[in-house]
Design a protein around this ligand. Structure first.
Ligand SMILES: [Zn+2]
Ligand SMILES: [Zn+2]
Length: 213
């Protein structure tokens, strides 16, 4: 799983918070930059799946950061609604199956954390432009830092266990998902960060375009 810690104009912005409950990995990354937890101004969530928000409540307490997500995901983040089930039918690649079972069972639960602001397509979050990229989940977001050529695709694209347009079993709405991938393919990207697997750092725009069907 991946989270992204970005530094711009002296402020830190975090995209997603990983699986662990205590946010320790993110706090260590902040300290390694020579910054303190209070320098984290905002936490933006791609979507409300467990492996993207495990550390959220702990990081909110430690940093006081503003928490942002799409409004469709907000009550899942706040613990008021379960994430939409993806079913139990085993689907390739099978290494993603434990995540599928986790969502089906709603386990492990994350510590609830209310969001502070909902964000929609076209909003800005620090240096990032917010992209609404539904399909994997209805309120799934991606982010674009145009000046740095950085695109964060969340779970719209996966590079683990293989490179593809998201994990097939998890794409709730295929038509929306295809449109979201088309939209990502239209961005000029040097680096594409994804929720699961290594970021794409070579020929990133061409590789995303190859996923368009
Ligand atoms: Zn997901
Ligand atoms: Zn994920």
């Amino acid at each position: 799983m991946r989270a992204f810690l970005l530094q711009a104009g002296g402020e830190l912005t975090l995209v997603d918070t990983l699986f662990e409950d205590d946010g320790a990995g993110v706090l260590e990354a902040i300290r390694k930059l020579g910054r303190s937890p209070r320098d984290l101004k905002r936490i933006v969530l791609t979507h409300a799946h467990r492996s993207h928000l495990g550390g959220l409540a702990a990081l909110k307490r430690e940093t006081g950061a503003t928490v942002l997500a799409h409004e469709w995901e907000a009550d899942i983040v706040a613990g008021e609604r379960a994430a939409q089930s993806v079913g139990l039918k085993p689907t390739r690649p099978f290494r993603t199956y434990p995540f599928q079972v986790g969502i089906f069972l709603g386990r492990p639960k994350h510590e609830p954390c209310p969001i502070d602001e909902s964000v929609a397509d076209g909003a800005t979050a620090g240096p990032l432009e917010v992209l609404h990229l539904p399909g994997h989940s209805p309120g799934h977001l991606g982010f674009h830092w145009a000046e740095r050529g950085l695109v964060i695709a969340g779970d719209a694209i996966a590079t683990w266990p293989r490179f593809e347009a998201g994990w097939p079993a998890f794409n709730l709405n295929l038509e929306q998902h295809r449109e979201s991938v088309r939209r990502l393919a239209g961005l000029d990207a040097q680096i594409v960060g994804v929720g699961h697997g290594e970021p794409i750092t070579k020929a990133a725009t061409d590789r995303v375009r190859a996923l368009v069907v």
